[in-house]
Design a protein around this ligand. Structure first.
Ligand code: GLN
Length: 477
């Protein structure tokens, strides 16, 4: 078995026993990047030189220090939506094509402080707007399990890099499913924590009330390891929760006897690929055989989730993206301009891609006088109903299980010309962001060579139950 095939947990054990060096692990991953990037294209930037330097530093610590930082010497890739000091950060957009941040995002700082080796910045849909990583200004990421198919999005690069062995761990972001969907499509594990669990400082904003940073890895344990490091209060993000962070590894493999798992009936109605449904139901059966009580629950406002999400998200995006004006950040149009309005117009027309423009226009529209009450305000009210629906359902269950996506990984090009078809892929994931809840995707088998992801939804700040169920499932599956 090659080093890039191993999990972070295995490699940490091997490093501690001095069976391997971080240099060897990092070289194995970098070599894999060389071999796989042509077909996968998971990265926008590969930080080869600094990675090898960081690996050597990790090896030095290994030789000298008694108490090693928790991720010492382990390769981590970071979605290109998180600022990295001195390393280009594009958010998948031409408008930030040459942007080099003067600071590290809090999560990046934390991960580097824990001894990790940064191997590069992963590809994504422009400003995280998309479900397939086809909306990147830097080319499409392809699914390592089938290069004709998409890797999911918007953290497609993050998931594909883990699946292809081009990194050991990945950090992604999730506004409406962007960690869970690509994790499901690439057959890896990915968790979106509760809103507020992880600092958003240095995360390039898409929709600030929905955005959350999270972890991807080959296994549930690897996600828990990374989660341990990135969670926690940050005074630079006022929405980050000042709460104690448990050691998430303690939740693993605790058994699920007596646990009440809800199946929201609205998630299993028409629109779902029967093969996906069958895999999920088989997984539920396994959970039940291992002592969980399966409970029928209702989330009555599910059918409004997509429209609510696309109103709230685009409204916030239209405001957040107003800062890209050719003055303060990134690209400026080279066109002859006569005044500042001209400059904004030229820069934004050239710098933003089609989907981003569509969303800025939609968001501006729903916030405009005369339409605000009918669209934006209404969406906020429905958002409250969605949240309340979850609260009620959680009175009777400890967690819930659903599919991540109604469909299998689709072909590159299949949905890109039909925005509404693309939006529907998010039907099972966006509600969690609207309600601020944590959710995880774990693989629950294949249809042919294509993976199916099971979503486990937890109560606010109860990532532990999610990890508990996910880790048990991984064992019994
Ligand atoms: N696919 C959804 C969107 O396009 C979610 C993306 C995300 O979570 N960043 O908005």
């Amino acid at each position: 078995m090659e080093l890039w095939e191993k999990t972070a947990a295995e490699l940490i054990r091997m490093l501690k026993k001095r069976e391997v060096s971080s240099r060897e692990i990092t070289e194995s991953v970098l070599k894999r990047i060389e071999e796989k990037e042509e077909s996968t294209h998971a990265f926008i930037t590969v930080t080869r030189e600094t990675a090898l330097e960081q690996a050597d530093q990790a090896d030095k610590r290994l030789r000298k220090e008694k108490h090693l930082p928790p991720l010492n010497g382990i390769p981590v890739a970071v979605k290109d939506v998180l600022c990295t000091k001195g390393i280009r950060t594009t958010a998948g957009s031409s408008i930030l094509g040459n942007y080099i941040p003067p600071y590290d995002a809090t999560v990046v700082k934390r991960v580097l402080r824990s001894g990790a080796v940064l191997v590069g910045k992963t590809n994504m849909d422009e400003f995280a707007m998309g479900s397939s990583t086809e909306n990147s200004a830097f080319g499409v990421t392809r699914n390592p399990l089938d290069p004709d198919r998409v890797a999911g999005g918007s953290s497609g690069g993050a998931a594909a890099a883990v699946a292809a062995g081009e990194t050991i761990l990945s950090i992604g972001s999730d506004t409406g499913g962007s960690i869970r969907l690509p994790a499901a499509f690439c057959g890896v594990a990915g968790i979106k924590p509760t809103y507020g669990r992880v600092s958003r400082h240095g995360l390039i904003s898409y929709a600030s009330s929905l955005d959350q940073v999270g972890a991807l890895g080959k296994t549930v344990e690897d996600c828990a390891l990374l989660l341990n490091l990135i969670c926690g209060h940050d005074r630079r993000d006022t929405t980050s929760a000042d709460m104690e962070v448990p050691d998430f590894r303690r939740s693993l493999n605790k058994g699920i006897k007596g646990l009440r798992i809800g199946l929201p009936r609205e998630y299993f109605v028409e629109g779902i690929d029967p093969q996906v449904k069958e895999r999920i139901m088989a997984a539920v059966e396994r959970l039940s055989q291992n002592g969980a009580h399966i409970v029928d629950v209702s989330l009555p406002h599910t059918r409004y989730a997509i429209s609510t999400y696309y109103l709230v998200a685009t409204a916030e995006a239209s405001s957040n993206l107003a800062r890209y004006d050719g003055v303060k950040y990134g690209m400026r149009s080279g066109e002859e301009v006569t005044d500042s309005v001209n400059l904004y117009e030229a820069t934004r027309s050239e710098g933003f891609g089609k989907e981003v423009k569509r969303r800025i226009m939609l968001g501006t529209f729903v916030l405009s006088a005369g339409y605000y009450d009918a669209y934006y305000l209404k969406a906020q009210q429905v958002r409250s109903l969605i949240k309340r629906g979850f609260d009620r359902a959680f009175e009777n269950v400890d967690c819930m299980v659903t599919p991540v996506s109604p469909c299998l990984p689709f072909r590159v090009g299949e949905k890109i010309t039909e925005p509404l078809q693309m939006y529907l892929v998010d039907v099972y994931t966006v509600s969690l962001n609207l309600a601020g809840l944590p959710g995880m995707s774990v693989n629950c088998g294949m249809v042919g060579h294509l993976p199916v992801g099971m979503q486990i939804i937890g109560k606010p700040f109860d990532e532990e139950t999610i990890l508990r169920v996910a880790s048990v499932y991984e064992e019994i599956k």
